[in-house]
Design a protein around this ligand. Sequence first.
Ligand SMILES: Cc1ncc(COP(=O)(O)O)c(C=O)c1O
Length: 450
Amino acid sequence: MKQTKIVLSDNDIPTKWYNIMADMPNIPKPPLHPATKRPITPQDLSPIFPMALIEQEMSRERWINIPEEVLDIYSLWRPSPLYRAHRLEKALGTPAKIYYKYEGVSPAGSHKPNTSIPQAYFNKKAGIKRIATETGAGQWGAAMALAGRLFGMDVTVYMVKVSYGQKPYRRIQMETWGATVHASPSNVTNAGRKFLEVDPNNQGSLGLAISEAVEDAATHDDTNYALGSVLNHVCLHQTVIGLEAKKQMEIAGDYPDIVIACCGGGSNLAGISFPFIYDKIHGKKVRVMAVEPASCPTLTKGEFRYDFGDVVGLTPYLTMYTLGHDFMPPGIHAGGLRYHGDSPIVSQLYHDKIIEAKAYNQIPVFEAAIQFAGSEGIIPAPESAHAIRAVIDEAILCKQEGKQKTILFNLSGHGYLDLQAYADYHDGKLQDYEYPAEKIKEALAKLPRI
Ligand SMILES: Cc1ncc(COP(=O)(O)O)c(C=O)c1O
């Protein structure tokens, strides 16, 4: 019988996270204080993050221990399975071998609890009572709500308004785990009120929701902020995905020629690819591809420079590919990919040509999602479907060129709470947005020169 799943035992859960900062040829330039424009210190971050996470953010140690309490919760769903997509390969008639790591098995339905659990743990240990955070599609908010619940902490989530309307079940999921959810922009914060005054119909963006959550955390002593992507410590926590995948590929007797992942803030891509990029830096041949929406083409059309992580300018300046912090991307269904910037580490790797990037419109992305669901069964999250589009295109190229490449991708989440997006696709209501060149140009023109 041919093997479809490669499943590890609980004992195979990685006990250390991999920190790529130890191996990068060029590490990102330091984050700068938003007021002084000088490199930030650990103390600058301490009003909103616990020291353990600040240390991870700045660490150059290659391996960082995963605490027992975190491993204990990881064991609810980790190690996640690696699948060989025999049926998709057959449907495509491709000689390529396609593997996918499936992160939709987590209780929240995506890769996000890999970091929400340790973030809640380190905050709880530091005596914090409440976490304020943002969410795009709701996957991160759900993951944080779950983590808060498991560690007995309150969680307040600012959910981008377009997703709040599109995804009521995601809100209910968060509330079931005890979180309070506000549609962002909300009238709870100064940042939210400011944007509502200008446009009461503002549909929100991740950058704006981040401003609200950071303001909430900075103005309450018992509250810290948690970010679901972008930052170094978030990318670090996600590396459990790639560390497991490496072991599973070894069991399969294979090694990827290409590793593919969708890229919003970059932590998903980081998770699956950084352990393979370690090999690449040390001489192995492997391509790594980030896939993003054509309507929010951060890596493929952005500029590499210092910018704020949020709309209002409360966060430090980070070096990243950016479309400008007040760029409001069109309301596509892959809400988790609607972010103006990208992880500084992922941006640096792209700048150094260690990874590549590709952008797709949402209709071809949903076509790929439906083809995948029709052969592998799982209905993917719209974000993950971006990776699937690229995988199918690479596999078709293999067929045209008669090459048997091995493709690995991260199926970062399931789409069972995103079915409205599929309904819109079936009803012909989805539209592709033109590349918003003018809006991006405007947003970039407003950036401060550093
Ligand atoms: C299912 C899913 N995949 C991928 C992403 C993008 O993640 P990242 O910001 O880590 O790139 C998200 C973001 O919300 C998501 O929900």
